[in-house]
Design a binder for this molecule. Structure first.
Ligand SMILES: [Zn+2]
Ligand SMILES: [Zn+2]
Length: 251
């Protein structure tokens, strides 16, 4: 099977998820190099929430908001900007159900993010869940589909269904920030059989997109309330301050 897979990779052209040019990789060399150069791991970002820091805002490597009110999570690591070159690919994965794109996003994570992350200690990796209704509609959880393709050491244990999400009829995209925070209160719970996997453990929460951080705050609060020793967020795309946004037209 491996031989056939390799053969097909060379015979069948595929479209790069960033520039759409046909070649043999889902992320072409030029786009990979651009992404590598722009990765948020090269920029000063708040160690707590991942937002970019400006010159006035670098005390203890944390942003003012985190210094003022420490979030429940301990660290946040993000690969790229929300409105960077991967945004369209993420939309295709989520809204047009192009599941193969999860392979390319995981490839980017493995090559560009993983070398910067501490994976030497054991941890439990949990994807941010969708509600059952949304999962049935989409057919998959994009965060899990990327997370399960990450090349983790054996000390890391990915668990798909420990975190659960209550159904909400409200469409969160249409909510303003205050509404969103209200709607997110008690939106998540831990499956009773998974509680033992949380207690006294280091937890990594994997999310496809982080905007206000309220979802991850809610999850980290829940995990800590249930005995998690630490909570670190791994995020593919992060909304940053407007002035540092780089658009795909810069390619
Ligand atoms: Zn490309
Ligand atoms: Zn912060």
């Amino acid at each position: 099977m491996h031989f056939l897979h390799t053969l097909f990779q060379h015979l069948l052209p595929t479209a790069c998820i960033v520039c759409s040019r046909h070649q043999t990789q889902m992320l072409c060399h030029a786009c990979f190099a651009f992404l590598e150069n722009q990765s948020l791991f090269h920029y000063p970002c708040c160690i707590r929430c991942g937002v970019d820091l400006d010159d006035r805002n670098t005390e203890q490597n944390q942003c003012k908001a985190c210094l003022l009110h420490a979030p429940a999570f301990d660290r946040t690591h993000c690969l790229d900007r929300y409105d960077g070159v991967l945004q369209n690919a993420m939309h295709l994965l989520k809204y047009q159900r192009r599941l193969a794109i999860a392979d390319a996003l995981a490839f980017a994570w493995n090559r560009l993010a993983l070398p910067h992350l501490n994976t030497s200690e054991s941890a439990v990796l949990l994807p941010v869940p969708l509600s059952t209704q949304k999962l049935n509609f989409r057919g998959f959880n994009q965060s899990w589909e990327i997370a399960r393709r990450i090349q983790l050491p054996p000390s890391f244990q990915p668990v798909a269904n420990a975190l659960r999400r209550h159904h909400s009829d409200a469409n969160q995209v249409q909510h303003n920030r205050l509404d969103r925070q209200t709607a997110l209160r008690h939106a998540f719970y831990i499956h009773p059989e998974a509680l033992a996997k949380i207690r006294n453990k280091s937890i990594v929460v994997f999310d496809d997109v982080m905007t206000t951080g309220s979802t991850l705050q809610e999850i980290a609060t829940l995990l800590k309330d249930n005995g998690a020793r630490s909570v670190v967020n791994w995020v593919v795309l992060r909304t940053l301050r407007p002035q540092t946004r780089i658009h795909s037209k810069d390619l």
